[in-house]
Design a protein. Structure first.
Length: 138
């Protein structure tokens, strides 16, 4: 179970970090346009924090939210599997990562952000209700 949860945390890190790599028009058309739904960030997304332009000039607050969320998700995954990060830290990071990610996704809200947001809520629920405490230590 801890490996599945770690994979979920890494998927969430992907969703947050992908903010820094928006899709160009050609990539959006890949696989009949389906890639856009697997990659939540694409040119033209905009929100409270600004717009992600084709030139790659990102709103700096979005960069910090995306980088912070991705880092916390990765560190939480490492803690869950017991690699390099103390296992006692996983819960704090598994709460902080989704909070930053939710702020980022809400600030650039769109239909492609629904899956990452739902998974953020799932990770928060697992961390807050301590659903992963036994598998993480065992």
């Amino acid at each position: 179970m801890k490996w599945l949860f770690a994979a979920l945390l890494l998927l969430q890190a992907h969703f947050a970090a992908s903010y820094l790599v928006p899709l160009d028009r050609e990539a959006q058309a890949t696989f009949g346009g389906l890639l856009r739904w697997a990659w939540p960030w694409s040119i033209g997304d905009g929100g409270i924090l600004g717009r992600i332009p084709a030139s790659g000039e990102y709103p700096i607050s979005g960069v910090w939210l995306a980088g912070g969320a991705a880092l916390l998700f990765i560190l939480a995954a490492l803690a869950v599997v017991g690699w390099w990060v103390p296992i006692d830290w996983w819960r704090v990071m598994a709460i902080g990562g989704p909070i930053l990610s939710l702020l980022l996704m809400v600030d650039f809200f769109g239909a492609t952000k629904l899956l990452p947001m739902a998974l953020d809520i799932l990770v928060l629920w697992a961390a807050i209700t301590e659903r992963m405490s036994a598998p993480a230590t065992g």
